[in-house]
Design a protein around this ligand. Structure first.
Ligand code: FES
Length: 299
């Protein structure tokens, strides 16, 4: 077999190998997307995710290496190209070389498209796990299970009568039917009526000294549960933010920059504390405070 025909055969084999590798890469990317979308409940989820991503990236890598080593010219190369003149053999040889070049261009175009598709599919599929970074901050973070008329209940599910707490008492409460709902956890406090001045616009948000604030720290989401009666401050144990209970739970110390959202309260006909609506602003860290997320559903 001549060196020329052996080169031609090697290039065809390399083209087929690179094509197969890129197609496998595309398949691996698609498999990753499918597994991520539908396989979360299965026992092989993690392995299948890792396996499909490994196959995709390895196949793209192998295909690229084959293409670069076997099919790309490794120049610089020089070849004597005498003017063919009228010699029929020379002209035939030149035309054959031209045909080879066309084949080469077609092969590069095919492999280029396949490589682009494989990298594109795998790249797109690798964006899917962004969903796993956590719940979307908007718009569902703008609402909790609190609503107009919903009773406050203890962690045991007992409704809270209006005489439940002594002055300076504190209790963690949830909306009825949503016990242990993290976004809705609330600290209920009973402050001395003689020192409590409701903020403007919140005159009817408290009852008999009861005020209620979100328990989710506006710095980083830790539960704010420490109450210092002497200073009327709530403290977050994570980074020591302090919130002034008498001033709408505005932060007075620490890294939190936003007040704890206040839950407006009322009493129902049977003497149990109820919410007048949801919180006035989204609970938790400040990045949830999108302008359009603010709402006023109290009444
Ligand atoms: S989470 Fe509360 S101060 Fe950081």
């Amino acid at each position: 077999m001549s060196a020329e025909s052996k080169d031609g055969r090697d290039q065809r084999v390399a083209t087929v190998a690179a094509t197969i590798a890129f197609v496998v890469g595309i398949g691996g990317g698609i498999a990753f997307a499918i597994v991520y979308s539908v396989g979360a409940e299965t026992g092989w989820y993690t392995q299948a995710l890792g396996g499909s991503l490994a196959v995709a990236t390895a196949a793209i890598g192998i295909g690229s290496v084959i293409w670069a080593h076997k099919l790309m010219p490794h120049g610089p190369e020089e070849e004597e190209r005498p003017f063919p003149g009228g010699n029929p053999d020379e002209r035939a040889k030149m035309l054959a070389t031209y045909d080879d070049s066309l084949e080469e261009i077609g092969r590069r175009r095919l492999l280029g498209r396949l490589l682009f598709a494989a990298v594109g599919v795998t790249g797109l599929a690798s964006l899917f796990p962004i969903r796993s970074l956590g719940p979307s901050p908007f718009p569902e973070r703008a609402r909790t299970a609190w609503n107009r008329g919903v009773r406050l209940v203890t962690e045991e599910g007992h409704p809270v009568p209006v005489d439940e707490l002594d002055v300076n008492g504190i209790l963690t409460v949830f909306p009825e039917g949503h016990i242990h709902d993290a976004d809705a956890q609330t600290v209920l406090l009973r402050v001395p009526s003689d020192i409590f001045e409701p903020l403007d616009g919140r005159e009817d948000w408290s009852v008999d000294g009861y005020v209620a604030y979100s328990k989710v720290c506006t710095h980083n989401g830790c539960p704010v549960g420490l109450y210092q009666v002497e200073t009327q401050q709530l403290f977050c144990p994570c980074h020591q933010s302090a919130f002034d209970v008498l001033q709408g739970a505005k932060p007075t110390f620490g890294p939190a920059t936003r007040p704890l959202p206040q839950l407006p309260l009322a009493v129902d006909g049977q003497g149990y504390l109820i919410a007048r609506g949801d919180y006035d602003v989204p609970v938790g860290p400040g990045f949830w405070t999108w302008p359009s997320a603010a709402r006023q559903e109290t009444g």
